[in-house]
Each structure stands twice: as structure tokens, then as C-alpha cells.
Design a protein around this ligand. Sequence first.
Ligand code: SAM
Length: 417
Amino acid sequence: MATLRQMNTASTSATTEAEAARDRMIARLRELGALHSPAVAEAFRSVPRHAFTCDAALDQAYAAETSVVTKRDAAGAALSSVSAPRVQALMLEQAGVEAGMRCLEIGSGGYNAALLAELVGTDGEVTTLDIDAEITGRARRLLDEAGYTRVNVVCADGDAGAPAHAPFDRIIATAGAWDIPPAWIDQLTPGGRIVVPLRVRGLTRSVVFEREGDRLVSRDLQSCGFVPMLGAGAHPVRLAALHEDGDAAVALRLDEDERVDTGLLSAALASPPAAVWSGVEIGGEEPFDGLDLWLACTSGPAFALMVATKAARAAGLVASASPVGVAALVDGASFAYRTVRPAQAADAYEFGARAHGPDGSSLAARLADRIREWDRGHRHGPGPVLQVHPAGTPDDRLPSSDLVVDKTHTRITISWP
Ligand SMILES: C[S@@+](CC[C@H](N)C(=O)[O-])C[C@H]1O[C@@H](n2cnc3c(N)ncnc32)[C@H](O)[C@@H]1O
């Protein structure tokens, strides 16, 4: 049996190890550009993340870019997780939470609510809400054990917000949303902010919106991935399977109202591809999050994300094996998708388009043109501005934009300055 002195020494060294892991995580978040304000860094330093990640080893709990899954469905898909610190940091920076604010978090894990509690301090209030009672039970227990007893934990569908605790200066959704429910706007203070992983045409971006009268206007967008929102706001992506043979699978992910003829496109995939190269090059480490969003905004009515397995690429069916999907244009019996090939410079790639079907060549040329336009006009620009208007807003009251997306409760415009 261990003596008290041994036990005390062991727990001190565990604390020191956790603190060291926390410091490394904070340094890495700064390196990644996800963390810059002293207040958010101090919150990350104050909250013991490993107290919310249960069985995860310390290096896993504090890995800057890794989420820790806390619940899976029968097929093994993640239903809940403690999000990756990188995503939490960038969303907290987007939110700009200040002392004394009232915050609502939609989707609970406990850890992010504790970070929010540190940021708002004793004069503020944090409410965290989850649709799953097992998750709220766990969050309540872990928050209490870590000393965050003042955080309100509510089990409900976040689609309705949390009227009993409203209004909120900040609403932070931590599940992927397809629309902005009216309750969130109703429960937001004038000048308040909503930070939400919003999906438009299959692409999810963490968007920070500020309220301007009856509309929301985006201030910043960041790439991210999240488990999808369940409940009243759920809106599953549709899959058009073009090929399925053992492990080799190719499909198009379709979001809003895009309609495609799966039979014709399956036949097209079996035909020889056409390729057009854009001459636009990119370094291996350079982000290009804006490109697919640009293509989504400027590709006409049938935009999709092409997903394929490694086996499909190895079999030569497609030139990409992205599980998330690459931008694809569909026109009748043809489709084209974004691809890359190594450029002359070391660690650089050239964007291009590969296409199948009777109009494949012209579709690939169109996609390559769009890539060149992005390179000339938007690659180094501020990125798009999204505006959220109530559904039913007539066209002539919408701002001029590159794309209008009709959701259930809202009309979202996207414009590229
Ligand atoms: C990524 S986890 C939340 C992570 C958490 N914020 C943290 O501390 O890292 C997403 C959560 O959203 C929840 N969720 C999904 N749909 C929801 C809805 N309609 N209302 C409330 N919670 C929802 C899921 O049950 C899941 O626990």
C-alpha cells in the first residue's frame, strides 16, 4: 500500500505533468494562429481539460488539434465529443467573450462551458445545453467536480435556445447547424454575437455573426468540422452513390435543393476522364479554405462535394480520396471536380479540374476558369460576407450577392467583396 507521502508526491507530479501538457497545448494553439488574446489563453491555462476527457491519456487530452469522442452511435459515428482545442480557441476568439457577459453554449461537453465561465467571471452567466440527457448528466457532474457549479446545464433541443436564461450576449453553437433558428436571434441582445459552425452547400465554416436589426452580418469565417445538429434543426446531407464495389466507393454529397441524375452520373464515371489545369499553384502548407466556398458560390445550381475512398482512387476511378469531399460541378450527365497535381517547385501543387461525361471537357474548363478568378480576385482578399435574413424577405430587399441560399427559417446571402 502506498504511504501518504508517496501518494502526495504522485499527485503533485501528475499535476505538474498536466500543467506542462497544458502549457504545450497553449504554445501550439498560438503557433497554429488559433489563440491570440491573453484572456482566452488564461482561460485555457485555468481549466484542467483532462478533468473533462475522462479516460483519454494526458497527451491525447491536450493534443491541440484532436477532439476526444465521448459518445458514439451503434455504427461508430461520433455523437458527442470534447472538441479539439484548436476549434474551441478559434471560436472563443471569434466570440470575443468579455467579463460580465451572459453566454449560451449549444452542445455540451463541460470543458468549453468551463472556459466560458472563466471568461465571463463571477459577474457573468453561462448556460450550456445539450439534447442528450447522458451528455448533460456527465457535463453537470464534471463541471461540479471541477468547481464550476454556477454554470447552468440544461437538457433540451438547442433549436429553441434557452428562453429561461435569455437574453444572451453570446450564443456559441458547438454542433454543425444548417440554419439559424429564429429563437437564437430572438434571444440575442442588440449588438450580440452568434458563433456557429454553419453548413452552406455542404461546406461547414465557423461563422461569427453580429446582429444588425432583423439581420445578421458575418464578421469572420474559419474552417471547422462538427458533429451535426440533431432535433428540429437536423438536416442530413444527401448522398448520390456513383460507384460502390467493395471498399471502392464514390459519391456526391448534396446539401440544399441540389438535384442530380445518379444513373447518368454513374455511367459518366465509367467513361474516360477529361482534365484541365488552371496554372494556379499552391504551397503544401498554404490554406485554401476560401476556394471551395468560392466555387460553391459561383458554380450555378448544381454544386456538390465529391467524396471517395482510397480504394476508389487506387483503382483509378477518381483522382481524389477526400472523405470530406472536394468541390464538384454537375451539369446533366456530366460532372467535374477540383483536383491537384505536383507543380514544378518542391512542395507545391497546381489546381485543376477532372471531369466525366459528354460535356466533361467544357465543365472542367469552367471549373478551371473559376479557380483562376479566385486566384486573381479573392485568394488574398478578406473572404466572403454572409448575411442572414428572415425567410420571406423579398429578393429586392436582399443585398446584391454572389449566391442566395434558401433555408427553412432564413435566406442567406454570400457576397465576395
Ligand atoms: C461537439 S459536441 C459539444 C462539445 C462541447 N461544446 C465541448 O465542451 O467541447 C456536440 C454536442 O451537440 C449536441 N447536440 C446535437 N444536436 C443538438 C441540439 N439540437 N441541441 C442541443 N445539443 C445538440 C450533441 O448531443 C453533442 O453532445
